[in-house]
Design a protein around this ligand. Structure first.
Ligand SMILES: [Ca+2]
Ligand SMILES: [Ca+2]
Length: 196
């Protein structure tokens, strides 16, 4: 986060710069709203837009599931991706497959998987999204066995299985997929404000 006091030497400069930043963020918000109405798209650099959300495929880092949650929270207060529909699932899988066949570790790296935001660590085989503690209303596990491992409680797009869903050890290292709903991104821009 930008710490305003770090940058400014006087109250005058601080106020003047704050006004400029405020105007800048208002312009950005308006552009985003305009674009989102037309193309349903306004995401930060490096994020992909799909329907009403922005997604960050963090293919540069591999962390455990809890660290992946913290990683996403530290980026725009996003969350690990939650999959509500088959279309969203297809979008995420297809892009993960492209990355996997591109510059990720290679087609035989079983660890080149992506974290999603569900777990069954409280009740085995009862999968819930960590964001709202609701049971999954949509699933696409590679097979039943891949949803019922007692010691594997966190959800991945499994690189060694064409990015189908599977459970994995929550302490394993995988790439986070972060998601922020566009309306929440708009709120983030508003609330971030010019004065840090
Ligand atoms: Ca979602
Ligand atoms: Ca389990």
């Amino acid at each position: 986060m930008i710490n305003g006091s770090f940058y400014f030497n006087s109250d005058f400069n601080r106020g003047e710069m704050a006004l400029q930043l405020l105007l800048g963020s208002l312009v950005l918000i308006n552009v985003c709203l305009l674009v989102s109405v037309k193309a349903r798209g306004c995401c930060p650099n490096g994020w992909l837009v799909y329907e009403d959300s922005c997604y960050l495929f963090a293919d540069e880092i591999k962390v455990d599931w809890t660290s992946a949650i913290h990683f996403c929270e530290s980026h725009l207060h996003a969350h690990l991706a939650t999959v509500e529909t088959r279309d969203e699932d297809m979008f995420l899988k297809e892009f993960a497959r492209k990355l996997f066949k591109g510059h990720l570790a290679g087609a035989h790296d079983v660890f080149a998987s992506f974290w999603l935001g569900a777990s069954d660590d409280e009740v085995e085989s009862n999968w819930v999204w960590y964001t709202n503690h609701q049971r999954l209303n949509y699933t696409s596990f590679a097979n039943v066995a891949e949803s019922q491992s007692p010691d594997q409680d966190c959800l991945i797009l499994w690189g060694d299985y064409n990015m189908e869903w599977a459970d994995d050890f929550c302490g394993a290292n995988s790439h986070p997929i972060c998601e922020i709903e566009i309306e929440n991104y708009m709120s983030f821009l508003e609330n971030a404000g010019p004065i840090g």
